[in-house]
Structure formats: structure tokens, C-alpha cells
Design a protein around this ligand. Structure first.
Ligand code: PMP
Length: 347
């Protein structure tokens, strides 16, 4: 007969609280998309508690600052974020008792902003169409607020060493173990550069031959830097959320990246939609960029390789955007909405 757990006993496999449920995400091999002679695996970071890879750094950056004695519960944390880092921070802040102010560019999805507000974060929405140095640039506003609000702490995922460290110590080892130490390439995007830099450092030690591959939205300057050593043009704009940059963040070390692919919004969104229709996985917009780059890389190989990329966040956050035919149509990304889908008009 099975033993009934006592009131204070937890099942052996249960995480104790939401923070313990961060990381250790599943890895899935794709079976229906054309991956050439390669095997392609996706790590389901959408299965973190707030639905993205950024829960890992929300935890590591707050616990890092606590360990250094820079913050204590009750303090105010400030961050500039595309939404997902904000969600990771908001989860950890709510669990540990911190106040949180977030500065968010206005192209970010309503779902993320409503989720942040529901978690208790104070959100400050600013312009997406201005760059570094402009008074309404999201990162500059966050830095200014942290100078003006006494005792506040600017988390700064772009330069905080606890960001890449989270990936070096958790994401990298998890992948290596799940792949049973047989892995040839990892395809990543760059927002802050934390994932790229942390994984580069980890794999430089355990698998120096492994190729780090960059997936970059068209309009970002990073792919150009990998391909030519310097950006050839000014940054443009793109609709994919969470990746692509108009500068190289201090946390972004491109040294180990030898291959980079530029992917436009249409290819990113259509690839994410294909991941759902063919493989049954509901990823976000940056997942589409990563997967499109990973598929191009796989199809170019002439010898079999084992490749890993990420479902960085959940497609639930984008149901009214790239998964909505009318939104796609309005943005010139779909020829014609499906007939009979008129309910979409009221979304
Ligand atoms: N995908 C999504 C959806 C993101 O929000 C982010 C981070 N902004 C990334 C990918 C990129 O991760 P990193 O900051 O580690 O470069």
C-alpha cells in the first residue's frame, strides 16, 4: 500500500515553491520539420514558471546581489526589459518581498505587460523607436530612475555578471547532460547576450569544438559584426521580441561565434507557426528566429550534426500578434486572412 504523505512531507519529485521550479527544462527532438542530415533539439524554456528563459537570470541576479549584501527584502529593484526579464524578476521579487519598477519599450505584447502588473510590478512604458542617448530610451530611463530613487538597485541584465553565470552554471550543464555529451552546435539569439556568453564559456571548457551559432533579427547589428567584424549600417527595427540589438551589450561576448544568420520578421513568425502546426510546440517570436537559423544551419551541413536551440518563451504571450492572422495581415506578413475566421476581427 502507498504511504500517505504527512502534512509537512513533500513528494520526492516536487519542487519546493515556484523558485525551485526554475530550470531543468525538457529537451525535445524535432521529428517532422526537415532538418537535413542533422538532428535538431529544442530546449523548452517556455516551461519555466513565468514562461521564459529569463526566470533563470531573475533568480541569479537577485540572489547574486543579496549575496554581495547590495539588497535586502523591502528594497526597490529597477530594470529595463523587453518583458521576460521583468517577469522573472517580478516572480522572484514577489516571492522574496522586493518592490520592482520596470521600464518597457512600447512594442512589447500586452500579455507580458498585464502579467507583470498582475505579479505586482510597477511598469513604465516608453518608446521602442529611439536608440541609446535619447531621453526616452528604456535603458537610459531605468538608469536615471535608479539614480533618483534613494536606495534603489539597478539590476542591469546587460552588464550584470550574474546573468551569463546563470547560463554557464545551469543551462549549459543541463544541455550537456541531456545530450549525453554528444553535441556539435548551439543556436542562440542575443538580447542581453547572457545566454550566448554563459553557454560559450561553459562549452569552451567541456566541448571546445562545439560551434556557437547566432540567430539575429534583420535590422539588428550583431550578425554583421560576426560576418564582417563591424556593423556595416545603422540598426533598423524589427517586430520579433527579446532579441536583436543596436549596440553590443557588455554581457555579449561574440568571440566564439563563427556563424550568424539574419532572419526577417516574416520568416521568424512563419517558422514559429510551423513549429506549432508541425511539431505541436507553441513558442514565442524569438523562437521563430532561432529555429529558422537552426534549420538553415542544419540544411547546410554535409555531415550529420547534433544541434540544440531554444523555445525561449511561450507563444501564449503572442496569441493576439503573430498567431493572429489579422495581425499578420495588417503587418504585411500574411497574404490574406483565412476566410471564416471573422472572430479574429474582435480580438
Ligand atoms: N528570447 C526572448 C523571448 C527574450 O526575452 C530574450 C531576452 N530578452 C532572449 C531570447 C535573449 O536572451 P539573452 O538576454 O540571454 O541574450
Amino acid at each position: 500500500m502507498r504511504k500517505t504523505p504527512g502534512a509537512h512531507e513533500t513528494a520526492a519529485t516536487a519542487a519546493k515553491g515556484a523558485l525551485a521550479a526554475i530550470g531543468n527544462t525538457p529537451l525535445v527532438e524535432l521529428t517532422r520539420l526537415d532538418t537535413g542530415c542533422c538532428q535538431l533539439f529544442v530546449k523548452l524554456e517556455n516551461q519555466n514558471p513565468t514562461g521564459s528563459i529569463k526566470d533563470r537570470i531573475g533568480l541569479s541576479m537577485i540572489e547574486g546581489a543579496e549575496r554581495e549584501g547590495r539588497i535586502k527584502p523591502g528594497d526597490t529593484l529597477i530594470e529595463a526589459t523587453a518583458g521576460n526579464t521583468g517577469l522573472g524578476l517580478a516572480l522572484v521579487a514577489a516571492q522574496k518581498g522586493y518592490k520592482l519598477i520596470l521600464v518597457i519599450p512600447d512594442k512589447m505584447s500586452q500579455e507580458k505587460i498585464l502579467h507583470l502588473r498582475a505579479l505586482g510590478a510597477q511598469t513604465h512604458i516608453t518608446r521602442s523607436d529611439v536608440g541609446k542617448g535619447h531621453p526616452e530610451y528604456y535603458q537610459d530611463i531605468a538608469e536615471r530612475l535608479s539614480r533618483e530613487i534613494p536606495g534603489s538597485f539597478y539590476v542591469n541584465q546587460f552588464a550584470n555578471p550574474a546573468n551569463p553565470l546563470a547560463h554557464e552554471t545551469t543551462t549549459g550543464p543541463e544541455i550537456w547532460e541531456q545530450m549525453q555529451q554528444r553535441l556539435d552546435a548551439v543556436v542562440v539569439g542575443v538580447g542581453s547576450g547572457g545566454t550566448l556568453t554563459g553557454l560559450s564559456r561553459y562549452f569552451a571548457r567541456v566541448a571546445p569544438e562545439l560551434q556557437m551559432v547566432l540567430a539575429d533579427p534583420k535590422g539588428s547589428i550583431l550578425a554583421d559584426i560576426v560576418q564582417t567584424g563591424a556593423p556595416r549600417k545603422e540598426a533598423g527595427s524589427w517586430l520579433v521580441e527579446g532579441i536583436g540589438e543596436d549596440f553590443v551589450p557588455p554581457n555579449c561576448d561574440l568571440a566564439r561565434v563563427k556563424h550568424a544568420y539574419e532572419i526577417d520578421d516574416a520568416e521568424s513568425f512563419h517558422t514559429a507557426r510551423e513549429l506549432l502546426s508541425r511539431e505541436g510546440l507553441l513558442g514565442g517570436s524569438s523562437t521563430g528566429t532561432l529555429l529558422a537559423a537552426a534549420l538553415r544551419y542544419c540544411r547546410e551541413q554535409t555531415t550529420p550534426k547534433r544541434v540544440v536551440t531554444f523555445v525561449c518563451d511561450s507563444g501564449n504571450k503572442y496569441l493576439t500578434k503573430m498567431y493572429n492572422d489579422f495581425w499578420m495581415f495588417e503587418h504585411g506578413l500574411l497574404a490574406r486572412p483565412h476566410e471564416g475566421n471573422l472572430l479574429d476581427l474582435i480580438v
